[in-house]
Design a protein around this ligand. Structure first.
Ligand code: TMP
Length: 254
């Protein structure tokens, strides 16, 4: 195997230099962390499943006109993406109370929210990703007002589309986190969806039973974590035929 230059290693993914300028290879690990990496573990097969799930969702979002960094999946654990400048803001959209919202405001988990609520967090592990307002984001120059407008409207369109898509397969999209990046083409800059969309950064509950089918199973030690991710892939109709294992050598898949 040829050696590739590693550009960045995060908690769940590694970015390598891509085959041509302006591209990167995004490698999905099985590592899982929670609570700003205070809890660490491995979910066997997670990387394979998230690679597929994120490919599927980014492609679908692309089809409705959401610009994304996704180019194509390369193999079981890797996808080719456009190189973007990541905006250091995590955009969270919530439809139902869960997670930090329940703690912050004392609202019981599962309470439907009167409308979708968007929150911003500053991506900074040392500070524990603090929640920030639009004022902080524009005053500190993390994003320009126009960038933020674009991020907000994209996040709401993503929420509308994905809520419907998941509802159709018996899943409730409780909340999710997305990240955006700046992509330059000639002299023009566009804001595009980056990172990944998977059960690592969405809360997905079975519509009938409210069973959790996402990373909360890991965060809360509920067990059957990999099975939950597999169930999401199965309902999306994209469960890898050989299962989530990747014991066979990587092969190119178009
Ligand atoms: P929260 O309720 O813990 O604030 O999480 C809201 C959503 O954002 C949930 O779907 C999980 C996701 N999330 C991430 O993807 N990364 C993070 O670091 C955190 C804290 C949450």
């Amino acid at each position: 195997m040829t050696r590739r230059r590693r550009i960045y290693e995060g908690k769940a993914k590694i970015l390598y230099e891509g085959p041509e300028p302006g591209t990167l290879v995004q490698y999905f690990k099985d590592d899982a962390t929670a609570f700003n990496a205070q809890k660490k573990g491995t979910i066997t097969g997670k990387g394979v499943l998230n690679n597929r799930i994120s490919e599927y969702l980014m492609q679908k979002l692309g089809e409705i006109g959401i610009p994304t960094h996704f180019v194509r999946r390369l193999n079981m654990r890797e996808q080719l993406v456009r190189e973007v400048e990541i905006i250091p803001i995590e955009v969270v959209v919530r439809n139902v109370a869960a997670g930090s919202l329940t703690k912050r405001f004392g609202i019981p988990e599962g309470t439907p929210l009167p409308r979708s609520i968007v929150e911003y967090y500053y991506k900074n592990d040392e500070l524990g990703d603090p929640m920030v307002s639009e004022e902080h984001i524009t005053a500190f120059g993390w994003a320009a007002p126009q960038d933020l407008d674009d991020m907000l409207s994209l996040a709401l369109r993503i929420n509308d589309y994905l809520s419907g898509l998941f509802l159709g397969i018996g899943l409730k999209l409780v909340d999710f986190k997305v990240e955006f990046g700046r992509l330059w083409e000639n002299e023009e800059m566009r804001i595009v969806l980056a990172d990944e969309i998977s059960p690592d950064n969405c809360r997905l509950w079975d519509s009938k039973t409210n069973e959790k089918l996402d990373k909360d199973r890991f965060r809360q030690d509920l067990g059957n974590v990999a099975e939950a991710y597999q169930e999401v892939a199965r309902r999306l109709g994209i469960l890898p035929e050989a299962g989530p294992g990747d014991h066979t050598p990587p092969k190119l898949v178009q």
